[in-house]
Design a protein around this ligand. Structure first.
Ligand code: GLC
Length: 733
């Protein structure tokens, strides 16, 4: 090509090239860093478009910017699976035929696995399902601390200990978000009961807030890098949690440097200026006509809609206020809906069901096996009775917003029948609980006496009985919106269990619940399994554990008190729980769960961190790599653990710390590390934990900061919070 032609050609190329470059604005250019794209998009948006980003446009979606090709955000419940499609403008189910999902185990079961690897598998699988269903925000996980056994939503959370919850929530969030779906950790904060959840004002010390109720949220934000967080319905020190200066501005966006979006719980916003100035970013679910009911096309009446625009235009609120909100929302859109690297996801496939089953198998807790009825060798029995409504009841339905429409739900009866053979299995319902209802308790349609008589008759004629009971997802059971009225097992189960134990000595109790319950029959019981709500693969997980195909390795993520009065929240009168309908004072302060039981010396029915195996484990002497440590050093604690039984098993080794002398009251012990190890029969392994000063600090109400106080500490190595196998002392200088 002649030189002249070459220059003309390259000039033309340059012009078109730069024209083309100008045609693709930065915010649409996927090669640009997100922060540049956010700034560029913001610079192109009108004030009205920025304000629109801050509110819902339907029950589960919020506005995008149609003019600029910035997509709307689609959100979906819940923590245990992707909820069925909901109608545009009501809570009704849309009735789609392509939205059946995998029901993964309830988060108490995940917590009971004490296995962060299970959290990672779980998060990725549920994230793939949310991505496939084209959801940009998954409204979970929930990490509210288990303070009272009556809380209707404990099954959705990770137990009573902030350290366990902090360790289990991070991999779940990372698993979800690697699919280009924002996790939305909830309900921030202090939503530890359902009673009066919409307005109750929680009062508590800074120490309890920082030591007990915030750590799991902080881990989700600082370690998990969660992209969104949901404000809870309740008030905190007089300000609604969805627009709260202390928890949202000072702590979340200030101390923790959260760069994502604060989303209300549905209907959690109550005021425009407070929403504007106290840290809210996206307002969802507001009932606009006086909080009584939805009104068609009412989204413009939202607090952060017209009223907000008006105050921005009048200058009462500076435009920088909406620029911050819009930037956070755009950042979430670029991380999700406009994230070109996101995968396509998948829905309700075998891989996801296998994850659900594995989490269930690792979460099931063996509480008693004194007669060695487990594992069940079916060849020893002619007739195996399965008794109890929970052996057949669909437990993926109900419970509130975590309800699911599943592709498959293997019931305990089905799993046991497949495992032991239909010829041996005989079923009796035994008790009945009534249909699922969200706001009322329905009476069962059955004649409970005849159900009981038939069950006792079957028990009399059988070689062994597997009773499957517990709670269910009905109102005032394990369900959102209300709390239980007592810790008593419902529907006459206690009487039925007693009758069965009178006529058959081979009784295996399998309890499905997300909460603790009183056990009046415990003295006549030899075999007890806590099997949670495991979801689609419940029957397979339970059958695999009862048959010994899987050796149980779960441990309790919360204490089972003997009776309700032994629980910390119920030791200070109604003002502590449930409050006086206006205010509530967390008078138990930092002594929640085993912190309460061990400090006040109240023996629990089963302690936090307790769980048995089909094998046994022996612990050797604990040693420290130093006797004295300075606050900028770490200390290593080592302990040999051996499988002293005959089958391979996993042991959860727990490390608790006790401060022997401090200027402020401290609990008897606090969980500061744990490790789950798999050991072959006879195998011994040295488990080593590394501690730094954060394992020794407490939050001082006086100094309003974390304090590291010199002095002596005892490290306790436990198979549970009450089964301390080894101790070692050291001094912090
Ligand atoms: C509910 C729940 C929350 C859920 C949201 C949307 O009231 O409190 O967990 O994600 O509303 O259903």
């Amino acid at each position: 090509m002649k030189t002249k032609q070459f220059f003309i050609f390259s000039f033309v190329l340059l012009v078109f090239g730069s024209l083309h470059a100008q045609k693709t604005p930065i915010y649409l250019d996927n090669t640009q860093p997100i922060e540049l794209r956010v700034k560029d998009a913001l610079s192109k948006m009108t004030l009205e478009e920025k304000v629109k980003l801050c509110t819902a446009q339907s029950k589960f979606s919020s506005h995008g910017v149609p003019r600029l090709g910035i997509p709307e955000i689609w959100m979906s419940d819940g923590p245990h699976g992707v909820r069925m499609e909901i109608l545009w403008d009501s809570w009704g189910h849309a009735g789609w035929t392509n939205d059946s999902c995998t029901a993964f185990p309830a988060l108490t079961c995940l917590a009971a696995s004490w296995n962060p690897e299970m959290s990672a598998l779980y998060g990725n699988a549920i994230g793939e399902e949310a991505r496939y269903r084209r959801k940009d925000v998954l409204l979970g996980p929930g990490v509210n601390i288990y303070r009272t056994p009556l809380n209707g939503r404990n099954f959705e959370y990770l137990g009573e200990d902030p350290f366990l919850a902090s360790k289990m929530v991070v991999p779940y969030i990372q698993g979800v978000q690697q699919n280009g779906v924002a996790a939305c950790v909830k309900h921030y904060a202090l939503n530890n009961q359902e009673k009066w959840r919409g307005h109750i004002n929680v009062e508590l010390s800074d120490r309890a807030l920082y030591e007990i109720y915030l750590p799991a949220f902080k881990a989700a934000v600082v370690e998990g890098k969660v992209w969104s967080i949901m404000g809870s319905y309740n008030q905190i020190r007089g300000e609604y949690a969805c627009h709260n200066n202390l928890t949202l501005n000072k702590i979340l966006k200030g101390e923790w440097k959260f760069d994502g979006c604060v989303i209300t719980d549905w209907g959690g916003a109550h005021d425009t200026k407070q929403s504007a100035f106290n840290g809210l970013d996206i307002e969802m679910g507001t009932w606009t006509n006086g909080f009584t009911s939805n009104k068609a096309f009412a989204y413009d009446d939202y607090f952060l809609a017209k009223p907000y625009l008006k105050m921005l235009k009048s200058g009462e609120i500076p435009v920088s206020n909406v620029d911050d909100k819009a930037s956070r929302i755009l950042r979430m859109i670029f991380r999700t809906a406009m994230n070109v690297n996101k995968p396509y996801g998948s829905l309700a496939n075998e891989e996801h069901h296998n994850v659900g089953r594995k989490v269930g198998e690792e979460g099931i807790v063996l509480l008693q096996n004194t007669a060695n009825l487990l594992p069940i060798d079916a060849s020893k029995y002619k007739t195996i009775a399965v008794i109890g409504e929970n052996a057949t009841r669909k437990l993926t339905e109900g419970g509130g917003s975590s309800e699911l429409k599943v592709k498959r739900e293997v019931s305990p009866l089905q799993g046991l029948t497949e495992k032991f053979g239909a010829a041996k299995i005989k079923y009796a319902m035994g008790y009945a609980s009534g249909e699922v209802a969200y706001d009322r308790v329905l009476k069962p349609k059955y004649n409970t006496d005849s159900l009981k008589a038939a069950a006792v008759k079957l028990a009399t004629e059988s070689d062994i009985v597997i009773f499957v009971g517990g709670l269910n997802k009905n109102t005032q059971q394990d369900s959102e919106g209300d709390d239980r009225r007592s810790m008593t097992l419902p529907f006459g189960q206690n009487e039925l269990i007693a009758e069965i134990q009178k006529v058959n000595k081979n009784v295996v109790l399998v309890m499905l619940s997300g909460n603790a319950y009183e056990m009046p029959w415990i003295k006549q019981t030899t075999t007890l399994v806590q099997a949670w709500y495991i979801g689609s693969e419940a029957g397979h997980a339970i059958a695999n554990v009862l048959s010994g195909e899987v050796n149980p390795s779960g441990k309790l993520p919360f204490t089972f008190p003997v009776k309700l009065a032994d629980n910390s929240a119920h030791a200070f009168g109604a003002i502590s729980y449930p409050g006086d309908s206006i205010n509530q004072y967390y008078k138990d302060d930092i002594l929640v769960g085993y912190r309460w039981h061990d400090t006040k010396k109240i023996a629990p029915q089963f302690p936090f961190g307790y769980g048995l195996s089909y094998t046994t484990f022996g612990y050797g002497k604990a040693t420290a790599d130093k006797k004295k440590m300075s606050s900028d050093e770490t200390i290593e604690i080592s302990v040999p653990v051996k499988n002293t039984g005959t089958v391979k098993g996993k042991e959860i080794v727990q490390l608790y710390v006790k401060d022997l002398k401090s200027t402020e009251m401290r609990p008897e012990k606090e969980l500061k590390h744990f490790a789950k190890v798999e050991l072959n029969p006879g195998e011994e392994r040295l488990i080593t934990f590394k501690l730094d000063k954060t394992a020794l600090q407490f939050y001082s109400d006086v100094k309003k900061d974390w304090i590291t106080e010199a002095g002596k500490f005892t490290v306790m190595i436990g198979a549970s919070s009450r089964d301390i196998k080894a101790k070692v002392d050291f001094e912090l200088q």
